[in-house]
Structure formats: C-alpha cells, structure tokens
Design a binder for this molecule. Structure first.
Ligand SMILES: [Zn+2]
Ligand SMILES: [Zn+2]
Ligand SMILES: [Zn+2]
Length: 269
C-alpha cells in the first residue's frame, strides 16, 4: 500500500492567512516542510480521503489528477475536509475522460451536503452511508469506520483500511478515542497508523490531540497490539495554534518513533 499525504494542516493551513504568530512567520521565512495545506490522503491512486478546499493546490503541487480515484471517503463534514466544488468538478461538463463511477462514503451530514449537487448523475457519482463499526467493501478496500471524539453534532469517523493484505489505521480529528473504539481496536494490528497532533504543545484531549495525548495514545496502541515494532506511525493535521514548527515537532516525536508528516510525504506499507 502506497499512501501520499497531500496536506498535513488543520483548517487554517500554515501559514494561516490572517496570522502573524511565531509558527506562521517561521513558515513564511523558511518554507519547505513548514508550509502545510489542509489534510487529505491518497492511497495507491485509487482511494482518496476527504476533499478539502486545498484540493486544487494538491492537484498542482503533487502533479496529480483524481480520475483514477474510485472510492472517496469522508471523515466528517468540517469545511477543511469537505468542499463541494472539487467534488462537482467530477461531473460531465467539468471533467473529461473520467469514465468510471466515483463512489462517495460519508456520514449523514456529508451525504446530505453532497446530495443536491450530485444526485442528477448517479452514473458518475454514487453515495453510500457509513455506520460505526460496519465494514464496507468498497471497490478498492475494506474500510471499517470507527467513532472519534471530535464534535457532538455528527458521527466523525476514524478509518480502519484493509487493502492488498495491508492495514492502515487513519485517525485525525479524533480526540481521545471513545472507549468503544478502544475496545474494537483491542488485539488488532496495523501496518501503518496515522494520528493527529493538531494542538501541539497544548494538553488537549477532547476534540483534538496535542503531542502529550498523541504519545499517550500511541503507547496504548502499542499495549493493545495495534502498533508493533514493524508498524509505521505518522503524526499529521497540525495547527499553528499548537505553537510548534516542523523541526520542533520532529524533536518531540522522533524519540517515540513517530514520523512528523509534511505535505507530499509518501508512506509505503
Ligand atoms: Zn480537520
Ligand atoms: Zn499562525
Ligand atoms: Zn474537524
């Protein structure tokens, strides 16, 4: 399984448009891995997770098109993960030579948001509802949605992705996992684990995690068998409000064997 992280920031991106904080100024000055766009991932060119407003930027920066994507999974409906316009660009009149149907998976809010703009072309875009703990056999992978502790208004999902004999646990906008999610994870094993580090040096646990809670979560994942010595562990979804730039994040996460993601990073499992 080859995973590319197209963007690695929280909603504002880094640097944030209206911001003069230390992290944003550092990013403007040094560029490189400190420049972060909104979070999204592409697996083997066929499975995409989320469609943020920065999708056009991802198309250009990483030299990609999305014609090969057969399954599009949404974690939740927040504006940095679900932008309607790039989804509409899949429809005839906006796209060319994209023939195979795209299947979109998401919670009720996500599918409700996409219903009106996509329902006229079921031969091009189909929609399927995700339910917690119910695996879906998609065209490209078997995916089990697991509950997060992110917001109360909707079911935000972590994704347990199985494809070609490999398993990737994709978990941002997670908060500290609910106990029923921990119980489901007990005894399972992943080849790759992606966790969120949105809040950096802050002690958050509800809604989003910072470094401290992320390290605690990775320790517990080791204890229950999800992470072992062969598992690749990556942190992503960074906010400037976490107060740490890329090199500072690396200095805190490297000792725990956790990679600090950057835009475009490729992970092979
Ligand atoms: Zn987010
Ligand atoms: Zn800032
Ligand atoms: Zn969110």
């Amino acid at each position: 399984m080859h995973i590319q992280l197209l963007g690695t920031a929280a909603a504002e991106g880094i640097p944030a448009p209206f911001c003069r904080c230390r992290v944003c100024e550092h990013a403007r000055k040094h560029g490189g891995k400190n420049i972060r766009s909104q979070t999204s991932a592409l697996i083997d060119g066929v499975l995409k997770i989320d469609m943020p407003p920065d999708t056009w930027h991802h198309t250009v920066t990483h030299g990609l098109n999305w014609c090969g994507v057969k399954d599009l999974f949404f974690t939740h409906s927040h504006g940095d993960h679900l932008c309607v316009e790039p989804v509409i660009m899949r429809l005839p009149g906006f796209s060319n030579d994209c023939t195979e149907p795209l299947v979109i998976y998401g919670n009720e809010t996500v599918l409700g948001t996409l219903r009106a703009p996509t329902q006229s072309s079921p031969e091009h875009i189909q929609r399927r509802l995700l339910r917690a703990f119910e695996p879906v056999v998609a065209q490209t992978a078997t995916v089990t949605p697991l509950p997060a502790d992110h917001i109360v208004e909707e079911n935000c999902f972590l994704l347990w992705i199985e494809r070609l004999g490999k398993t990737f646990f994709y978990a941002h906008d997670s908060g500290w996992f609910p106990e029923k999610t921990w119980a489901w994870l007990e005894g399972k094993r992943a080849d790759g684990v992606l966790l969120e580090c949105t809040m950096g040096d802050r002690p958050n646990r509800r809604g989003h995690l910072g470094v401290e809670a992320l390290l605690e979560a990775s320790t517990r994942l080791r204890e229950i068998g999800v992470i072992d010595r062969n598992t690749t562990v990556v942190a992503t979804h960074f906010s400037h409000n976490g107060h740490l730039h890329h090199e500072e994040l690396e200095s805190r996460l490297n000792p725990a064997g956790i990679q600090t993601a950057f835009d475009g990073i490729k992970i092979a499992l």
